[in-house]
Write a protein that binds this ligand. Sequence first.
Ligand code: ZN
Ligand code: ZN
Length: 264
Amino acid sequence: MFYDYHMHSSFSNDSQTDMENMIKRSIDLGVKEICFTDHVDYDLDTDFDWGIDYGKYFDKINFFQDKYQNQITIKKGIELGLQKQIIGKCSEDANKYPFDFIICSIHAINKSDLYFGDFFKVKTQHEAYEAYFKELYTVVKNYKDYSVLGHLDLIKRYGNYDKLLEDSLFSDIIEAILKQAIYDGKGIEINTSCYRYNLPDLTPSRKIINMYKDLGGEIITTGSDSHNESQVAYQFDYIYSYLKESGFKYVCKFNKMKPEFIKI
Ligand SMILES: [Zn+2]
Ligand SMILES: [Zn+2]
């Protein structure tokens, strides 16, 4: 009864996998419902184009929704890469198209894509983490057109440091981010890409997941962040039992941006 709510296809710049292959693999695994969340990232200082042809995107999802309607439910989502200077543009996209679900992610700060590492060059590790959480805080304060926060502590994935910094160093700002999200009726996702990046904890960390729960947060989605078939629903057996053990009663699916609670 898994719900994979973070999945990329060849509509994303960093995936070559056709949507249909992702769907077939999900059906083979018995996944109940999937949501495509291809990348849209604006205003980067690189030459990569992270836009999407929304017309083609929705046409193709519609086609596969019909074709596989007896085997799996497929939802229309997007992973928007937020930066504070493009909040207006992201809201425009979010309101213009018939999304079921929107992931709000930070992939870049001041146009600098965290993936390429320049962002880390003139900063200490502490400064880099702090800048990331501050950017996310500014975004959640001002941007409301989303469903869940994507890979909330993504900064731990990059920068090539020997050791990660403890969440406790940033607990004030992390708590402020979570409180704002909860106040706005937003969720967080458990993103199982942590296993691909050999991170020592989940994404976000168990501490952050529990902080969200203790603050009253109830909206959790599960996402593999898969970019090819082999990554679909990765480690979901463990994640669902972990959530249950941690006291969560539900995971969420979304319909036209509204959460629906599924008992774990
Ligand atoms: Zn992402
Ligand atoms: Zn992603």
